[in-house]
Every structure is written in C-alpha cells, then in structure tokens.
Design a binder for this molecule. Structure first.
Ligand SMILES: C[S@@+](CC[C@H](N)C(=O)[O-])C[C@H]1O[C@@H](n2cnc3c(N)ncnc32)[C@H](O)[C@@H]1O
Length: 219
C-alpha cells in the first residue's frame, strides 16, 4: 500500500471526444475539480470553465510528479480519452500512487463506439494497440490469423496503410476492414473495405480499425 495522499486523484474517462459522450458522473467530477490535467484536445472541451488547466506532454514521469504535488493542495482531475482502463496512462498513475489514492471514472471507449457504429458485438473481439507501439505489429498479425474479430488502435505512423500492407505481406486474405474515423467528432466517417483494396484509402485524424474474417457468422 502506497503513502496516503491528502486528496485522491480522480481519473476521468472522457469518451471518444464529444462532450455529449461524457457520463453524468464524469461531468460532476470535472465541475468539482480545482485542477484539470489532460491533452489540449480534452482540456478544450472545458475551455469555458475557469478551473486551472495543465496540458500533458509525453514526459509521463514529470507529469506524475506534478499530479502528486498538486494533489497535496487541490482536487486534481486527470482527463484521459475513452476509458481509463483501455490503453491509457492512467495505469502509470495507479501503479505509482496506488489504487487507494485514486478514483477511476469509466468512460465510453473509442472501440465501444466503433463497434456500436458498425452494429457489431465486441464481447467476442480482441484488441491490439499500435498507438506509439510499432513493436506490437507481430502481435496484430498473430491475432488476425487466430481471431475473427480484431480491433486496432492506430497513430499517424502506425496507420491503415502500414496495417494493410503488413497483413497482405503475411499472406492474410479474405478480411473485411472497417475504418472508423474521428468518432463522435465533426469529421466522423465510418467506411467498409476489403483488405485487398485498402492501399489507396486516405485516413485523417483519430481512427479505430476493425478487421473481420469475411463470411464470419459472428454478429
Ligand atoms: C492512447 S489510445 C487511448 C484509447 C482510449 N483509452 C479509449 O478507450 O478509446 C488513443 C487511440 O484511441 C483511438 N481513438 C481515440 N479517440 C478516438 C476517436 N474519437 N475516433 C477514433 N479513434 C479514436 C485512436 O486509435 C487513438 O490513436
């Protein structure tokens, strides 16, 4: 058990990005915060509140020290995208300070909204994140070979082009690919392709890729 902090650190899952996808409890915690910490994209959702705001950068060690130090005097709310339990830096905070010093507020994950948008279940899916994790590509290949339904988080360089080229070069064929872009946001776009016809497809912004085995009877 870690050292008890004066104020618990609240980690709020902000959903895929639009304010209307925030839960009531998330909004309540954000309203009662003294300090909000998050990416510029998430902090901009609350531009109309005069709560102190701190933008995160990629130096997570420094970020966690700042959160701990602020929590001595203030009610700190850390904003994370989607759900805190799904590929998020909330794990680093919990590992550092202990769950007894944290409150976790779930949010709607981008993958939940992606599956809802294409009308498919996700209880039978498996997940891979290539977001900042190029090394996970072999895991993606393994999962696509083994499972009929795989959802992938991407980033600017570990993107659709890389995925389609890589899967085809591994001899994978006969898959349907849904490209779910900017979910809940202004430029939202959901498109369906065959794996073999993806090479010229352009993608902009945040996206989740869902790879299904064709003729799969799964819903
Ligand atoms: C660091 S991960 C965080 C995932 C988050 N915890 C969740 O539950 O959705 C960021 C990745 O999630 C996906 N993502 C987040 N928001 C999205 C959105 N609005 N539309 C499409 N994909 C999104 C993208 O693949 C993005 O690169």
């Amino acid at each position: 058990m870690g050292k008890k902090l004066v104020n618990k650190i609240t980690i709020v899952g902000c959903g895929p990005g639009s304010k209307k996808h925030l839960t009531g409890l998330a909004l309540q915690r954000i309203k009662n915060a003294d300090s909000l910490i998050g990416s510029k994209r998430l902090l901009d959702l609350f531009a109309d509140t005069d709560t102190d705001k701190y933008t995160v950068n990629r130096n997570y060690k420094l970020l966690i020290m700042r959160i701990i130090s602020l929590s001595k005097r203030k009610k700190v709310v850390v904003l994370v995208s989607g759900d805190p339990g799904f590929f998020s830096y909330s794990k680093l905070i919990i590992d550092k300070v202990g769950i007894e010093n944290c409150e976790i507020i779930p949010g709607i994950s981008s993958v939940q909204l992606a599956f809802a948008s294409i009308g498919k279940t996700w209880n039978d899916a498996c997940f891979v994140s290539l977001h900042g994790r190029k090394d996970e590509f072999p895991m993606l290949v393994k999962k696509v070979k083994e499972y009929k339904k795989v959802a992938v988080l991407t980033d600017d360089s570990n993107n659709l082009k890389l995925i389609s080229k890589g899967l085809l070069s591994e001899g994978i064929r006969g898959r349907t690919v849904y490209v779910c872009e900017n979910l809940s946001l202004k430029m939202e776009r959901i498109r369906k392709f065959k794996l073999s016809s993806l090479q010229r497809v352009q993608v902009r912004g945040l996206n989740v890729i869902i790879i299904l085995e064709e003729n799969s009877s799964s819903s």
